[in-house]
Design a protein around this ligand. Structure first.
Ligand code: FMN
Length: 418
């Protein structure tokens, strides 16, 4: 069996699976139960000056029969008394000395308050703190959360407030509600962050009931923007993660969050640079027990490849994700669609998609179930294979390999031979 244990910014954990700060990590009862089920770590629901919440707090995007493809929340940070949270953090850490207990924190921008609160969290015996610079709703209107994560100077300053008095590793949790996540990430590192985690939720309005004209979710007839997460946000998280990992100025461990549901998702996040991952929506949807599948799946994946330690896969695909200008241009590398007649069910979805949404290079043949691809006209865009309901029925096959050339190389060639 592969070794799944990690050491993330000095925090030891028996596996890379941590619960993300949220309703799952609100109490000692929940985190103890999650640890009993096998989670390696948990980030406590953000503590701060206790808030008052609203009801309802959640809404979901269901898609094609799939519940909770995306989840939106207008919940704030912990509404429990600070002393209760701190007491339970200490109890959990005593009971589970070998699991990672991280405390998410959010306070007003006052150095004395940060110094005092960091000290109180340290006294619980927790393993690390995570600064919540991410929540896009409610707290941001009060000068906290994503309003800090969106302005690099603020991110640097508040990180410094927390890091100066902290003997614990400081993880800064970044907001995706920015054009480029690198400047706030690097600012946090300059402020003293030992690690970064991302992403928090994406600012969103979930929808409107078209009969009542009420926003979704609604609080007695009114709605508000909230934070979006769940499987739908995974591509955004992967992009932001890889952009940080590939930035030479970012030399701290990264913790990947956003839409993780299966062990395959975990592998993808790790291949793009995450040393640990956090899960929220999937565990809210299916329960703490999903960690068993994550563990088994990741173990099997590593064993099948003869990889002894999970950290050996970290970042292994990241350098392959880069600038568009470094991709080979289509005269230098060309795919065409190949339809496997024996698997085709004759639904014609590929024909319709290509005809209306792509390059009109698929023809129907009278009396024949499978359409045919006019290879000379196919640009290899992938659309037909994406709409085809039969897995592997349409294969994208490389047909031309010219002299390798990217846009960047082309520009260099053209400018060096005027
Ligand atoms: C209902 C709810 C409450 C959340 N509360 C917090 C919070 O208190 N602090 C925090 O840093 N993130 C909070 N989050 C964000 C999650 O920790 C996580 O970053 C986000 O949901 C993306 O992960 P996921 O796609 O696995 O859910 C919350 C998310 C949800 C759904």
């Amino acid at each position: 069996m592969a070794d799944l244990s990690i050491e993330f910014a000095g925090i030891k954990s028996p596996n890379p699976f941590w619960l993300a700060s949220g309703p799952l990590t609100n109490t000692g009862y929940q985190i103890s139960k999650a640890f009993d089920e096998g989670w390696g770590g948990a980030v406590w629901k953000t503590i701060g000056e206790p808030v008052i919440n609203v009801s309802a707090r959640l809404a979901s995007l269901d898609y094609g029969g799939r519940r909770m493809m995306g989840l939106n929340n207008i919940e704030l940070i912990s509404d429990r008394p600070l002393d209760d949270n701190l007491r339970e953090i200490a109890e959990v850490k005593r009971r589970f000395p070998h699991r990672a207990v991280i405390v998410s924190m959010m306070f007003e921008s006052n150095p004395q308050i940060w110094a005092e609160m960091v000290k109180r969290v340290q006294d619980t015996g927790a393993d690390g703190i995570e600064l919540n610079f991410g929540c896009p709703h409610g707290m941001s209107e009060r000068g906290m959360g994503s309003i800090i994560g969106q302005v690099p100077e603020y991110a640097q300053t508040i990180t410094r407030y927390a890091a100066e008095g902290s003997s614990l590793p400081v993880i800064v949790k970044l907001t995706p509600n920015v054009t480029d996540v690198r400047p706030p990430g690097k600012a946090a590192i300059q402020g003293g962050a030992d690690a970064l985690s991302l992403i928090n939720t994406i600012n969103s309005v979930m929808g409107v009931d078209i009969d009542s004209w009420m926003p979704i979710p609604q609080v007695d007839g009114r709605g508000s923007h909230g934070g979006y997460c769940g499987p739908a946000v995974k591509p955004i998280a992967l992009h932001m993660l890889s952009s940080l990992y590939n930035d030479r100025a970012v030399r701290v461990p990264l913790c990947g969050i956003g839409g993780i549901e299966t062990w395959r998702d975990v592998v993808e996040f790790m291949l793009l640079g995450a040393e640990a991952v956090q899960v929220c929506t999937a565990a809210m949807h299916y329960g703490f027990r999903i960690v068993k599948d994550l563990t088994q799946g990741l173990n099997d994946y590593l064993d099948q490849r003869g990889i002894a330690q999970v950290n050996q896969i970290v970042g292994k695909a990241a350098t392959r994700v880069g600038d568009w200008n470094d991709l080979r241009l289509s005269y230098s590398y060309q795919l065409v669609a190949h339809i496997h007649d024996d698997q085709c069910i004759g639904c014609n979805l590929c024909y319709v998609a290509c005809e209306d949404g792509a390059h009109q290079c698929i023809d129907r043949v009278p009396g024949q179930k499978a359409p045919i691809v006019r290879e000379a006209d196919c640009v290899g865009c992938n659309l037909c294979s994406l709409v085809c309901p039969v897995p592997d029925c349409i294969e994208m096959v490389p047909v031309e390999h010219g002299v390798p050339e990217t846009w960047r190389q082309r520009q260099e060639r053209l400018t060096s031979f005027p």
